[in-house]
Design a protein around this ligand. Structure first.
Ligand SMILES: *Cc1c(COP(=O)(O)O)cnc(C)c1O
Length: 390
């Protein structure tokens, strides 16, 4: 049987093991230590920010960010709808309610005009949200300038979920460093990984200090154990921070490799009828963490699911684009402003295998399945047979 080709797998460089060994040799096997400090400093340099706190996951970083902003039960928080659930679940951890906002087709990220209009309307009725959580999806920045302008106009703190977009740029700067707080993820499928981990960044030293305090059980500065607030156990292990330091050294290579995947796919498949690749907006440089495309079933002759299943038959893992949060059962009853764009991207969108460690042969195998399928036009047949075995 053919070797499986997965969506996005870890890709370790040359120095991670050295850093981990150093942690073992010095017995810093704890959620504190020199690798944690160094990882934070080195991360700040990579994204050009002033302060960072390493935590156990991107989700934990978002939870802390919302708490630092002061989100409370009953508050409303505006949030991108086309994203992974972890963008929004921390809103509900705090008893607040998400209000979702649709994407635009330029970047697949939050539509700045929709945001502006809805804030204008909310201001009129005196019901502005407590914060905005903005995602930078699939390695591409959202259109930050108009979004920041709308937020600043109404004094809405911006939290950026850049979990998928480390290494991308918006006008030469790193998404995640524009708002009040930004977060990143080092989960196993992200562009670099610590197996699991996250980073909270801000230009405000007090916010990051408070994040560290909350992430270590909110312990007051006293010789005994004293607590005046409830905190969390959210710090990153020194062992994992060692992996992160090694991964930061190869981030640039990983970005180039993922961009290369996108180019190869686009050259081979971009001219097929009904196939459109996720556009790269002119305001920045995307990493193409995942290569995503949409399939118009009429023009292509097969729909997204038929393509996905045909790939799966060849042991190739492709995934539908994120199911928008406003149509998730768990968020039934939550308001959504717009939603049609995200729904249509979900209906037709597919993420192809995109790891930085894919070989040219891997890419060729993916491409061949899709080219072969286009010729078959399964949808035009009287019965929709499942795609044949290769
Ligand atoms: C992965 C991801 C997260 C969560 O990060 P974890 O480290 O897995 O907790 C949050 N938001 C988005 C958009 C993600 O893709």
């Amino acid at each position: 049987m053919a070797k499986p080709i997965l969506l996005s797998t870890p890709h370790i460089g040359n120095s991670e093991l050295e850093f981990v060994k150093e942690a073992f040799d010095t017995n810093w096997i704890a959620p504190v230590g020199p690798h944690v400090d160094a990882f934070e400093q080195e991360f700040c340099q990579v994204v050009s920010t002033s302060h960072a706190a390493a935590v156990s996951s991107g989700t934990a970083a978002l939870h802390l960010a919302l708490q630092l902003i002061g989100v409370q039960p009953g508050d409303e928080v505006f949030c991108s709808t086309l994203t992974f659930i972890a963008t929004a679940s921390p809103i509900t951890y705090l008893g607040a309610k998400p209000v979702f906002i649709d994407s635009d087709r330029t970047s697949w990220n939050m539509n700045p005009d929709l945001l502006r209009d809805s804030l204008d309307q909310r201001a009129k009725i005196g019901k502005l949200p407590k914060a905005l959580v903005l995602v930078h999806l699939y390695g591409q920045s959202a259109d930050l300038d108009p979004i920041l302008e709308a937020c600043n106009h109404y004094n809405i703190p911006l939290i950026e979920d850049a979990a998928e977009s480390l290494g991308a740029t918006y006008k030469e700067r790193s998404p995640g460093t524009f708002g009040k707080i930004g977060i990143y993820s080092f989960n196993g499928n992200k562009i670099i990984t610590t197996s699991g981990g996250g980073m909270l960044v801000s230009h405000d030293p007090d916010l990051v200090a408070k994040a560290r305090f909350l992430a270590t059980q909110a312990r007051d500065p006293a010789p005994h154990y004293q607590h005046s607030e409830i905190g969390y156990n959210y710090r990153l292990s020194n062992v994992l921070a060692g992996i992160g330091r090694g991964q930061l050294q190869v981030l640039k290579d990983r970005v180039e490799a993922r961009r290369h995947n996108f180019e190869v796919y686009q050259q081979a498949l971009g001219n097929l009828p009904g196939i459109e690749f996720m556009p790269e907006a002119s305001f920045g440089r995307a990493t193409h963490w995942l290569t995503c495309l949409t399939i118009d079933p009429k023009a292509f002759g097969c729909d997204r699911e038929q393509v996905r299943l045909a790939l799966a038959e060849q042991q190739i893992e492709a995934r539908p684009v994120w199911k928008p949060l406003h149509v998730q059962p768990v968020f039934a009853g939550c308001e959504c402003i717009g939603g049609e764009v995200a729904e249509s991207l979900f209906k037709t969108g597919l993420c192809l295998p995109s790891g930085s460690n894919l070989t040219p042969e891997d890419l060729e195998r993916v491409i061949e399945v899709i080219i072969r399928l286009e010729k078959q036009r399964l949808l035009d047949r009287p019965h929709h047979h499942p795609p044949p075995h290769g």
